[in-house]
Design a protein around this ligand. Structure first.
Ligand SMILES: [Zn+2]
Length: 417
């Protein structure tokens, strides 16, 4: 493994300029979702893979959302690399200090929408696949690349579709994904989501005739207050996960700011949208609420919905509709899985600092693999200005992510050596 390690690091050093140029050009192919047309970005990746002589092809459930799949080798272990091609929309051009689709390289950074989430990580998968293809005889096992579209809107036509349609090829024994995590943490699990829409209807009336109807906005205000009470629910967290969450608390607070450690093992509630009322002197007869609820590992949709129904019992004018297409249970893999050990050793060998296993606050495509019973792990860059204007990734950090993915994938295929 020492020889293989040296060769991989040597290739990355030789390709340094090409690696940076690749990420810059990848960022410069717009792939915002919504609206979600990733054909140009997928063509860019495919051309790059073919130029390096590795097997890869397009598999699409929807024409405008192509996925790239490539595979080589046989038998086990079978490692799957996954990253998404689509990115958040850029928003107004004037809120950016450089072109969000420029892929500018300046001051040791690659700038633009998607630089961190997650063209850095997807680039790491692509280069890992290319490098390990050169070593396939030496390494053994099987490596599959999946670069997907549709992650930003839940993965229905990307990861989920690939796993359902090509399970033998795309599931594997383990998944490695380069979503932004910060280099100090490896993510082995993620919180669940539950999106709920509430509609409140009353007869309504003239604003002066408050005796004639209950006010739908007033009911919504009370309902929102009660829904925030869900944050007190207690989750039964498995021991290994609880210990990992405790051990990662400091690293998570460093990565995501103070308070992040606290909410990892708690339900959080966010009232995201409220709409109601037509005119100030009319007593509103309708109000609509959209609530975003996040579930820690150990909590279930069923438990939260039971509480929601209890709350609704106090509000006969209100009804709830869960948005199941944008809701998912929390998922986790074993924090002591061999891939976690490989990633820890690999990073500590590169930087002298060992990353800690942690749970993500947000969702990723890893959940689709976990639901198929495949252990799935994330290791990626710092999410600088993720989902905000002026997104950027540090060039050195990007190269570190490429090195880590290539070395960890090689080690996994070589049986953990
Ligand atoms: Zn992402």
């Amino acid at each position: 493994m020492e020889k293989i390690r040296a060769r991989i690091l040597d290739w990355i050093e030789t390709d340094r300029a090409a690696l940076i140029d690749f990420l810059s050009r990848f960022v410069a192919v717009p792939s915002p979702n919504p609206p979600g047309d990733t054909r140009a970005a997928a063509r860019f990746l495919l051309a790059h893979l073919h130029a390096h002589g590795v097997p890869a092809e397009i598999r699409s459930a929807r024409d405008e959302l192509p996925n790239i799949v490539g595979s080589f080798g046989t038998g086990r272990p079978h490692l799957v690399l996954n990253g998404h091609i689509d990115v958040f929309p850029a928003g107004p051009r004037e809120s950016w200090s450089s072109d969000p689709w420029g892929g500018e390289v300046a001051g040791g950074k690659v700038l633009g929408r998607g630089a961190t989430d997650m063209k850095c990580g997807t680039a790491a998968s692509v280069w890992t696949y290319i490098y390990l293809h050169r070593l396939q005889e030496t390494l053994g096992g099987r490596l599959t690349l999946t670069s997907v579209s549709d992650e930003e809107t839940g993965g229905t036509w990307g990861a989920r579709w690939l796993l359902e349609t090509f399970p033998d090829e795309c599931s594997g024994d383990c998944l490695l994904n380069g979503e932004p995590t910060t280099p100090g943490t490896i993510r082995f699990g993620e919180k669940g989501t539950l999106r709920l829409i509430f509609e409140i209807d009353t007869p309504g009336a003239h604003g002066a005739y408050t005796h004639q109807s209950r006010n739908a906005i007033r009911i919504a205000a009370d309902l929102v207050r009660d829904l925030y009470g869900l944050e007190e629910m207690h989750a039964e967290v498995p021991d290994a996960v609880r210990q990992a969450i405790e051990a990662s608390r400091t690293a998570m607070e460093q990565a995501l700011g103070r308070g992040a450690g606290e909410i990892l093992s708690r339900v959080t509630v966010s009232a995201g949208v409220i709409e109601g009322g037509l005119k100030v002197n009319m007593l509103p007869g309708h109000c609509r609420l959209e609530m975003d609820i996040r579930l820690p590992v150990g909590m279930t949709h069923a438990a939260v919905m039971a509480e929601v129904e209890t709350i609704l019992g106090r509000y006969p004018e209100a009804r709830v509709t869960p948005v199941w297409t944008h809701s998912g249970e929390p998922t986790f893999s074993d924090p002591l899985h061999p891939m976690v050990g490989i990633l820890r050793r690999t990073v500590s060998g590169l930087t002298g600092t060992e990353p800690v296993p942690a749970v993500s606050l947000g969702a990723s495509d890893a959940k689709h693999w976990r639901r198929h019973g495949v252990p799935a792990f994330l290791y990626g860059c710092t999410p600088n200005n993720m989902a905000k204007p002026d997104e950027w990734v540090d060039v050195e950090e990007y190269l570190h992510i490429v090195r880590t993915h290539a070395l960890a994938a090689a080690s996994f295929l070589a049986g953990g050596k």
